[in-house]
Design a protein around this ligand. Structure first.
Ligand SMILES: [Zn+2]
Length: 100
């Protein structure tokens, strides 16, 4: 019971963060996001062999294939952004910002 509460709390918390990031970036599904640090348009890069646990968990949870995830990187190397678009069977799109 405690575990379930903790889990739901974490999901709600992550949801808040995700919404915040999505609002700041705009509509990343249609155009490339820009770096919040320098404002450069981020570029897409290929997926590495090992992806962060958060991304893997999201794909697992919704049964999505690995190639639905995209990775964007700041051309000046500030950070990278993971993005999984919202599909019919997912609650929301997924974002993960990672410092490089
Ligand atoms: Zn940057």
């Amino acid at each position: 019971m405690d575990y379930v509460g903790f889990f739901l709390g974490s999901v709600a918390f992550l949801g808040l963060i995700t919404d915040k990031i999505v609002n700041r970036i705009g509509k990343p599904a249609r155009k490339f996001p820009s770096c919040l640090t320098c404002g450069s348009n981020m570029i897409t890069v290929g997926l590495p062999k090992f992806m962060p646990g958060e991304v893997v968990n999201h794909l697992d949870k919704y049964g999505l294939p690995t190639n639905t995830a995209s990775r964007f990187i700041c051309p000046r190397g500030h950070y990278q952004l993971w993005f999984v678009p919202r599909f019919g069977n997912t609650e929301r799109s997924f974002f993960l910002r990672e410092q490089l």
